[in-house]
Each structure stands twice: as C-alpha cells, then as structure tokens.
Design a protein around this ligand. Sequence first.
Ligand code: SF4
Length: 350
Amino acid sequence: MVSERASSNVMPSPFVIPIFIAHQGCPHQCLFCNQRSITGAAEGMVGGREVAETIRTQLAWPRRHPEAPVQVAFYGGSFTGLAMDRQRELLGAAQPFLASGQVRELRLSTRPDYITPEIAGFLKEQGVGIVELGAQSLDDRVLAASGRGHSAAQVGIAVACLKEAGIRVGLQLMLGLPGDSTTTALASARHAAALRPDMVRLYPCLVISGSPLAELYRKGEYRPLSLLQGVALGGRLWSIFTAQGIPVVRMGLQPSASLEETMLAGPYHPAFGELVLSRLFFNQLRAALGARPRHQSHRLSLAKADESIYRGKGNANVKRLVALGLLEGVETVFSADQLRQSVVLISVDS
Ligand code: SF4
C-alpha cells in the first residue's frame, strides 16, 4: 500500500542574497503591513553602491552548497513603484555579477497594479527571472477591506504580462485578512491556482504594532485567526496548490526578533509551515493506517527527513495515532532514501 505526495524539493534551493527596500515604491501603507518590523530592515534608501557591496560581501562567504544558483532578491517594498532611474540604479548594480555568472538571476516583489507589459519587458531585459506579486487575496471585498488599492482582476493582468515576458511568477496570499472567511479564502486560492503561478507563498495575517490593523485590533474591530485556525486553513490552501503541481515555497513569515517584539496578535509560530505540513501528514497517515487490514501486521516506512513532521509538535501526531489505535501492530521505520512526504505500508505477515 503506497500513498505519495510529490516532493517540491527536487531542484537544489538557490542561494538568495536579500536586499530589503522596506516600503519603498509603495503608494500607501496597507492595513496589515509594517515591513520594517516584518523584515527588520533599517530605515534609509538603499542605493546601487550598497547593492553591489551586499552582493560582493555575500558571494565571498563560504556556502554550504556552492553549486546552488545565486539569486539577488529585492524584497519588502513595491520595486516597480520606484522611479525608473532608481529601478535602473538598483538593477544596474547587479548587472556585473550577472554578466560574470556569479549571480544567475534577479527576483523582486511588487504590487500587481504596478506591472504593465512595458515594465515586464524592462525587468526581463535587466535579468529579472522571478517577480513575486503581493496578491494577498483574489476577492475584491477582502482587498478593499485590507486597504490594498487594487483589484483581483489586476492580479490576473499582472500574471499574464509577466508570463508573456518570460518571467516566472510567484503569488503571495494572506490568511485571515479583514473581511475574509474560509469560503472566500478557498475561492481565492482556487482563482489564484487557475492563474498558474510558478510558486506561491502563504502568510498568516498578523497584527503588527505600527500597522493600521493594530488600531482596528485595539478597538475590537478585527479579530485574527487563532493558530489552530491558521494552520488548518494553511493546510487547505496548500492542498489546493500542490494538487495542481504549484509549489508552495513558504508558509509563515520568516521568524525574527523584530517581528516577535512588535507582533500583537495573530497565528504566529516560528515554524508555522512545519505545523501545517505536520497536520497534513497526520491526515494522510490516519487515512492510510485506517484503511489497512487490522488483522495483519505492517511496517510503516517514512522518509527520514519527515520524522519531525510525522511526530508533530511534542510528539502530538504519534500520540493521536496511538489514541486512535492506528499504530497497533505497526512498526515504524525511517528511510534516508524514501521520497519526502510519502507513506509506505508493507504487510510483514508471512
Ligand atoms: S503590503 Fe506591499 S504594497 Fe502594501 S505597504 Fe506592504 S510592501 Fe507596500
């Protein structure tokens, strides 16, 4: 009996050199956003000289996988909302590293309404291989309630422009935005999947000090998801995308001291993605173990790399499986050669 979910880690992960341009290029502050807390980025404008210096410094560091492709990523703002001479300055600083082959490609994040065919063409010429669009939702009412200032239709237009230019597209979606519900979040994810992005990131909406959402929260006008709700919803969205072969490359914000110091409420956990995968893995195991003939003994084989998501936080998954009687007559083994997130059950009765 074999049940498998495809692994999304086939290619070696790129080595990413991040350059934060906190809130630069943004037309306003979206309700939930405080990039300085989220990224820990300092105030001040990054210039071409700083970009070149950051790349040079990081390329000189010893790397665990020196064969991994190097990407330079501009995050934390709306890159294509910057004045054209600033865009040229920042992207231009990376050109010598692209030309020498030390950097494979550039990536950046921006707003969907700041992409046109001309901008997409310009980015392609500059060596930008991936653009991550802060879509956040594909529901117009949720977008309006979150103060985004763009529509769901503009997300579709931006994806089409970027694909037409030959740029890979990432979509960032948020869980638990003002006005959102399980129904709208699932519909939003299906709509996003239909746009065929190359990758997706899922971020739970957190209440961060200094964001307009913090005011609503203090006034009792916004209630964030609980961690349990966030994990459950994250799992359902993950399933929608991965079922269509769209990798979810991150779930949950990058943990940082500045984020933890300024976060007031919301479904935060430093290993949010692992909690989601662990829950999904539990469901998969429960189905596989529940379907086995109980009069036989079985060996349950799992990937060694999955041991922690199998066990869950505080061994919770194993305890639940034991409580359900699903591990009776089952010997669990971990194999270094097994495909990640696959479940192999073999009868060991002679
Ligand atoms: S969510 Fe994006 S567009 Fe809105 S303020 Fe933050 S970085 Fe800028």
